[in-house]
Ligand binder design. Sequence first.
Ligand code: NAD
Ligand code: DAU
Length: 365
Amino acid sequence: MQTEIVKNMENKRVILVTGGCGFIGANFVHLLQRYRPTWRVVNLDALTYAGNLRNLQAISEGERYRFVHGDICDQPLVNALLAEEGVDTVVHFAAESHVDKSITGPGEFIRTNVTGTFTLLEAARRHWLGGEWPGRKPCFLHVSTDEVYGSLGPSGLFTETTPYDPRSPYSASKASSDHLARAYFHTYGLPVRITNCSNNYGPYQFPEKLIPLVLNNALHGRPLPVYGDGRNVRDWLYVQDHCEAIVEVLEKGRDGESYNIGGNNEKENIEVVTLLCDLLDEKVGLAPSGRPRRSLITFVRDRLGHDRRYAIDAGKIRAELGWEPKMDFARGMELTIDWYLANPEWVAEIVNGAYRDYYEAMYSH
Ligand code: NAD
Ligand code: DAU
């Protein structure tokens, strides 16, 4: 896959990445810098609490990259950006992404995930349809989640034809945005593709999500909150594998299609947490108390409506596009831990709020 990625350098695209300062978006922008040096990336991000300019501080503004601080719900801004940049590709990551936050405050999820997606689809419709695109083929790739399919029992896998059955305000907002995206394909012929991916992990993940939260607490000898009985199952995918899958869907996928993306890597939450504890003990020694980090595990009240199990059948993307996850879970966890250990200031600046000052520092002159 990586060789193919490098081979295909002649392609040119002007690509609007939304939410490029978040976890997956930032990894995607870094990946394009390496593998698609002829593409121009315009990163539109509102810098909510989850957006961090530090994630992209190594990338300079210029012919290949532009950052725009703005909201995907701002129709005039989005219309103008597509026109002035001649955008031919949208990769839409921007979202409110944390399930727990959607339970305590669903409103922002409806605004960003539903209205924001609608705003982008409208802009793409106005900008692309009826226009001439010699040598280029517009594409709107909507990045979504496996959570739209609901919750599985002990067996079975989500396929692209599994009926939607979202259970949290987050997944319901993502399901709504998927339906809108599909409706724009069927109604207007907008060239839309959708990806539904399982749980990502890796560098730059905001420390509200299970793996970076547990990692950070474990490092400092703090309790590790495990919801319910800890036996809920998630399928884990290393973030770079996800980003490579997105490039494959952009370049080889078909309009109007959905592609499930997964890691073939189902784990109970308690397995993930104990593996993290053991790897950290090996790498940095026991917890400050002198005990193994497993002793920090604390079972807490369950998440409301907690989906029991997610699992992906990624047979379609494998058969049609030749994509498969490459990263082994234990190796991916080691790489992730090594990244967080090598970048302690990254989490520290989130905890003390200093990451919010990067915009002023980088763009105020
Ligand atoms: P994230 O929360 O880390 O980042 C979201 C980014 O979107 C941030 O940079 C934020 O500033 C930006 N943003 C939020 N609201 C915005 C708005 N109104 N206008 C412009 N920018 C805005 O999210 P993530 O984990 O990187 O997820 C990215 C996408 O992938 C989401 O659509 C999510 O639903 C989907 N997804 C995530 C996972 C996962 O495991 N994290 C798995 C499958 C799918
Ligand atoms: O499946 C894809 C989804 O994965 C994405 O669409 C979401 O954007 C992403 O946040 C993720 O959702 P989850 O709810 O699965 O991820 P989270 O890291 O919040 O939780 C993973 C599991 O761990 C879940 O079963 C809840 C549990 N958990 C989570 C936290 C934060 C705990 O037990 N303790 C915790 O402190």
